[in-house]
Write a protein that binds this ligand. Structure first.
Ligand code: ATP
Length: 151
């Protein structure tokens, strides 16, 4: 077999949060027959800004509308596309988003489920360590936003 070709993909997604009982809650989506829980994200369309993609993908995948507060960071990983014999390096930009309106029952068919979780539970629940690192950073950023609001 020929050596694999190399591809690059860039996606964008978000950590959308709302106040919970004792801590913030964040939305996760379930994919791959419910076997994987992850942050909502998707490919940046031509002409789209990463911020626009994050808002669009969060809305489509979770049914929730949010307002971007700031960038959290990026994750990257490699995966293999069998049909193309290609090794793909994917970079995903993540933004912290404040929940405005919408319901997780309006998530699209691309995902198996969408649900709110207390942030500590979400950190345990996500399947990929890249998502976990983004959520840990988001937890600190949310604390800071809340402190600024209280005082
Ligand atoms: P997008 O949501 O950006 O349109 P997609 O659903 O087509 O992307 P990915 O979610 O990137 O594709 O999944 C492609 C492969 O990478 C799958 O095998 C998946 O299990 C794996 N994968 C997805 N996210 C991560 C991650 N954060 N870390 C490692 N591997 C991942």
């Amino acid at each position: 077999m020929k050596p694999a070709t190399i591809k690059n993909q860039v996606s964008s997604g978000g950590v959308i949060f709302r106040p919970g009982n004792n801590s913030a809650e964040v939305a996760l989506v379930a994919v791959r027959d419910m076997s994987v829980w992850c942050l909502p994200k998707g490919i940046i369309d031509r002409g789209e800004k990463p911020e626009e993609t994050a808002i669009r993908e969060v809305r489509e995948e979770t049914g929730l509308n949010g307002r971007i507060i700031e960038k959290i960071g990026d994750t990257s990983y490699w995966y293999y596309i069998k049909e193309e014999n290609a090794r793909c390096r994917k970079t995903v930009h993540f933004y912290l988003m404040e929940y405005q309106n919408g319901s997780t029952s309006d998530h699209d068919e691309e995902v198996n489920d969408a649900s709110w979780f207390p942030i500590d539970e979400a950190i345990c629940k996500v399947s990929y360590k890249g998502d976990r690192a983004i959520l840990e950073k988001a937890r600190e950023m949310i604390k800071k936003v809340n402190r600024l609001r209280i005082y």
